[in-house]
Ligand binder design. Structure first.
Ligand SMILES: C[S@@+](CC[C@H](N)C(=O)[O-])C[C@H]1O[C@@H](n2cnc3c(N)ncnc32)[C@H](O)[C@@H]1O
Length: 320
């Protein structure tokens, strides 16, 4: 709510009283005070002796224009896309079906395709996650022997732009849905990378650009059930030359009783998309169905690991 009302953007200008903030945001002054007081209690804002509120370092992250801003992620979590579906977890647990379709009468992708505001919020949240994760990925994986990197369903291109920026010999191809490629192209041009990053529009369940030596799927497979995820991996395998690799950048669910937030993120994926977070063994099995093999799992300081996958050429007809 505080992110949606852009309270941190107002407080960045100067500390403000709840009544002033309520006026700017067209809210009730007493309710605003109680919201600010609650958030001050968990370190988002600080109440000063004169009754005005100011930003803390945590509250700074809810500004719209700071590097590493979490504003869009907080807005997404509190948005119409999340609350109604979370409130229908029981439907999902009883039926095994995503609550999103029960609530909205269509899949989340169909909803995003027809609702520009929700799509903009979703994509900017994905980019904000990527911005937070990029450093952990680049610090833990060396792209220096890659020539062409295809980021499959790479969102607005945040990760691809960072790779191409760090490795001046690398050419980047972003493969995404048409409405997203437009935003990605703008970002590449704005970062001076327009000559080395292309954005190609298409449906990854039909085709993926062929012949590159490095493919990436970051936070993509968890959107899909096993059948669709296998299909996607199969299409990717068919696009890859034998020496190419696929980097699946993803959460890996820890075994059985080990505490792991990924197990809750898994429920979130189930509710919204009929997707899944997966264990290492589940990834191995999926990859096997698509003639790919898991070569290495690289942990990073972020919740994501890098699964380095290569074609399993032993399954080709004629192979020994
Ligand atoms: C969870 S987001 C991840 C985006 C990006 N890889 C990242 O980590 O920020 C999944 C992406 O899949 C894209 N997508 C969904 N269906 C697609 C399709 N059929 N073809 C291409 N991209 C698709 C969406 O537009 C969205 O950007």
């Amino acid at each position: 709510m505080a992110a949606d009302l852009r309270i941190s953007d107002y407080l960045h200008e100067a500390p403000q009283r709840p009544s002033d903030l309520a006026q700017h945001t067209q809210c009730d002054a007493r309710a605003m005070h109680r919201l600010l007081r609650a958030l001050a209690g968990i370190g988002v804002f600080n109440e000063r002796d004169d009754g005005s509120f100011e930003l803390t370092p945590t509250g700074e992250l809810l500004r719209s224009d700071v590097p590493g801003s979490l504003q869009s992620i907080a807005r997404l979590i509190g948005s119409e896309l999340q609350w109604p579906t979370l409130g229908n977890l029981s439907h999902t647990v009883r039926t095994g079906e995503p609550a999103f379709e029960h609530v909205f009468g269509m899949s989340m992708w169909e909803y995003l395709a027809t609702n520009a505001d929700a799509r903009a919020l979703f994509q900017s949240s994905m980019s904000a996650f990527s911005t937070a994760e990029v450093r952990a990925i680049l610090d833990n994986y060396d792209f220096s022997d890659a020539i062409t990197v295809v980021d499959v369903a790479g969102g607005q291109g945040t990760l691809l732009a960072a790779i191409v920026d760090k490795y001046p010999h690398v050419e980047g191809i972003l493969f995404e849905q048409p409405e997203v490629t437009r935003e990605a192209r703008d970002q590449f041009v704005a970062n001076g990378l327009g000559h080395r990053c292309r954005a190609i529009a298409g449906d990854m369940f039909s085709t993926i650009p062929t012949g590159a030596d490095c493919y990436i799927m970051k936070s993509v497979l968890h959107d899909w059930d096993d059948e669709r995820a296998t299909r996607l991996l199969r299409i990717c395998r068919d696009a890859m030359v034998d020496r190419a690799r696929l980097l699946i950048i993803t959460r890996v669910v820890r075994p059985a009783n080990e505490p792991d937030l990924s197990k809750f993120q898994d429920l979130n994926m189930l509710i919204n998309l009929n997707g899944a977070e997966r264990t290492a063994d589940e990834f191995r099995e999926l990859l096997g169905h698509a003639d790919l093999q898991l070569h290495e799992i690289i942990a990073t300081p972020s919740p994501l690991s890098i699964l380095v996958c290569t074609p399993d050429t032993s399954s080709r007809p004629g192979a020994l």
